[in-house]
Design a protein around this ligand. Structure first.
Ligand code: HEC
Length: 148
C-alpha cells in the first residue's frame, strides 16, 4: 500500500515545505503567560521585590536626567510624542517600575518574551538597543521618569 502524497506536488525531493519563514521570533517556550513571575523564569528579570520606591529622590532623579541626556534622548522625548521610542511622560503610571527596569536592563529578553514590549516593537519598528546601564543607573533613570 502506498500512502498517497498530495498529488500534484513533486513528492520525491524530500524538501519539506515550510510555509512560515521564521522571522527572528524565537518560539516561545511553555508558559508564555508567566513572563511576570520571577520564580520560574529562566531569565533574571527584575521583580517588584528588587525595588524600593519611596518619595521622589531629587538627587537620584538628577543623575538619571544626565544619563537620559547622554543615552536615551536620541530616541525618547520627555513629553508624550514619540521620537523613535515612546515619549516618557506618564510612563511610570502606564508601566510597573520593575517592567521599566527590565526594559532598560533586559531589553532582549523583554522583546522576545513580554507581550507588551513586543507590541511596542511592532509599532515602533525599531528594537531598542541595550544601553548597558548598571542597575544603579537604570534606577536613577526610573527616578527621573517619575518626575515627568
Ligand atoms: C535607538 C533608539 C533608542 C534608545 C537610544 C533608547 N531607546 Fe528606549 N525604546 C526605543 C524603542 C524603539 C522602544 C519601543 C520598544 C521597541 O520597539 O523595542 C523603547 C522603549 C522603551 C521603554 C518602554 C516605554 C513605554 O512607553 O512603555 C522604556 C522604559 C525605555 N525605552 C527606556 C530607555 C532608556 C532608559 C534609555 C536610555 C538609557 C533608552 N530607552 C534608549 C528606542 C530607544
Amino acid at each position: 500500500m502506498v500512502m498517497g502524497d498530495a498529488s500534484g506536488m513533486a513528492a520525491c525531493g524530500g524538501a519539506e515545505h515550510r510555509p512560515r519563514p521564521r522571522c527572528g521570533k524565537a518560539p516561545a517556550p511553555a508558559g508564555e503567560t508567566s513572563a511576570h513571575e520571577g520564580t520560574t523564569t529562566h531569565t533574571k528579570l527584575i521583580t517588584a521585590a528588587d525595588l524600593t520606591l519611596g518619595d521622589i529622590d531629587n538627587a537620584m532623579a538628577e543623575k538619571g536626567k544626565t544619563t537620559y541626556d547622554v543615552k536615551c534622548q536620541a530616541c525618547h522625548s520627555m513629553g508624550e510624542n514619540r521620537v523613535v521610542g515612546p515619549g516618557w511622560k506618564g510612563v511610570t503610571t502606564r508601566r510597573k517600575p520593575e517592567w521599566i527596569m527590565n526594559m532598560i536592563m533586559n531589553i532582549d529578553v523583554m522583546l522576545s518574551e513580554d507581550p507588551e514590549a513586543q507590541k511596542m516593537l511592532e509599532e515602533c519598528l525599531v528594537r531598542m538597543p541595550n544601553q548597558n546601564l548598571s542597575h544603579d543607573e537604570a534606577r536613577q533613570v526610573l527616578e527621573f521618569m517619575r518626575t515627568l
